[in-house]
Design a protein around this ligand. Structure first.
Ligand code: SF4
Ligand code: SF4
Length: 349
């Protein structure tokens, strides 16, 4: 029996910069090509409807009408489908006139269809809904204090307890932008789950995939050894822990330091840039100004006496560890401590 095709509808018309779409093109484990062509073993057939790269880009009602897929899904004609939302959701009820967002137009009125309306029409039919990036997950930069749109994340709009037709909660993969492989991996899990070959996706309290966001930045940072030694940079460009110049790593959950950005390369604090907490629900307001030392909650416990002790111990241990054993040298006598098991025969025969 042929498996049903899973359609992935990518709605990037929220308040966004498309950075998460761009980021996904850099995924390698797996790549978006491997997902789109169902090249991975066990994946069901996939059709990706993604504005950034789709061949279908024709006008509404014309040939290759991209928006038609969304209208079909809204009428309940696509099953199963995963709705990916990129960008935050504005509050369309607080403005005087016009639209904060629009994607396609309503054939009945000729007016733009807002993201809120798309969410209202699509989510009752969706097999799964995914928030790509911090804006869709929690509001992000567009939802900062002082914004005029009343922006919010998808769970704020639909409700944090929302469930899809398949009983799946909203899945949030935060990050500004989203980490390419983390998003690709999450999508693959959902595709396997929809195909009946993976269990219910495990999410944490903030609807993030638990296996990706269970560990702090600090726990995976390759500068954590310097933190332990109390070697804290006071400026940029130094190979020391960045906590004093703004790193929020100890308070932030994110897989980037242990996975790198692209194909294992790059990162944030691991390669010299402070962690600005871009995956967190309180981003950015709760972590600004970014270049200042974070509050007491993340101040290192390694300053003062303890750090001096650790540094001293380390220098003693390092001093010894840097030496070769004394028996590794030229000379007439063997001094390794070797004894021939049959006894009495010396090494020269
Ligand atoms: S740079 Fe940041 S994440 Fe890395 S060890 Fe220092 S405080 Fe922790
Ligand atoms: S390490 Fe920090 S700044 Fe970098 S992606 Fe993760 S949360 Fe964002």
């Amino acid at each position: 029996m042929t498996e049903p095709t899973v359609h992935v509808l990518w709605l990037n018309a929220g308040l966004s910069c498309d950075g998460d779409s761009v980021a996904l093109t850099a995924a390698t484990q797996p790549s978006i090509e491997e997902i789109a062509t169902s090249a991975l073993p066990g994946l069901p057939p996939v059709e990706l409807h993604w504005p950034l790269l789709d061949y279908e880009c024709g006008p509404q009602g014309g040939a290759d009408d991209f928006v038609a897929w969304f209208h079909r899904a809204a009428r309940g004609e696509l099953d199963p489908f995963v709705l990916v939302v990129e960008g935050s959701v504005p509050n369309e009820d607080v403005k005087q006139e016009g639209y904060w967002t629009g994607f396609g137009s309503d054939p009945a009125t000729g007016q733009p269809i807002t993201v809120c309306t798309w969410l209202d029409r699509l989510t009752p039919h969706a097999t799964a809904v995914v928030g790509a990036g911090t804006c869709a997950a929690y509001g992000g930069v567009h939802a900062m204090a002082g914004n005029p749109t009343g922006a919010m994340g998808v769970p704020d709009y639909l409700g944090w307890d929302w469930r899809s037709t398949a009983g799946i909660p909203i899945v949030c993969v935060p990050g500004c932008p989203v980490h390419p492989d983390s998003f690709a991996e999450t999508l693959v899990h959902l595709l396997h789950q929809i195909a009946g070959r993976a269990p219910m996706i495990e999410l944490d309290d903030n609807l993030r995939p638990a296996w990706l966001f269970g560990r702090s930045v600090h726990e995976s940072c390759n500068l954590a050894g310097y933190y332990e030694l109390g070697r804290l940079a006071t400026g940029y460009g130094r190979d020391e822990c960045l906590v004093k110049v703004g790193c929020w790593g100890p308070a932030v959950k994110c897989p980037v330091p242990r996975r790198g950005w692209i194909n294992g390369v790059g990162g944030c604090p691991s390669v010299g840039g402070v962690c600005v907490a871009c995956t967190m629900p309180g981003f950015p307001d709760q972590f600004m100004p970014f270049m200042d030392e974070p509050g007491l909650t993340v101040a290192p416990a390694t300053e003062g006496l303890y750090a001096t002790l650790v540094r001293t111990l380390q220098s003693v241990v390092l001093h010894e560890a840097e030496k070769e054993p004394e028996w590794r040298r030229r000379g007439d006598a063997l001094t390794t401590g070797y004894t021939a098991p049959w006894g009495g025969v010396d090494q020269h025969g």
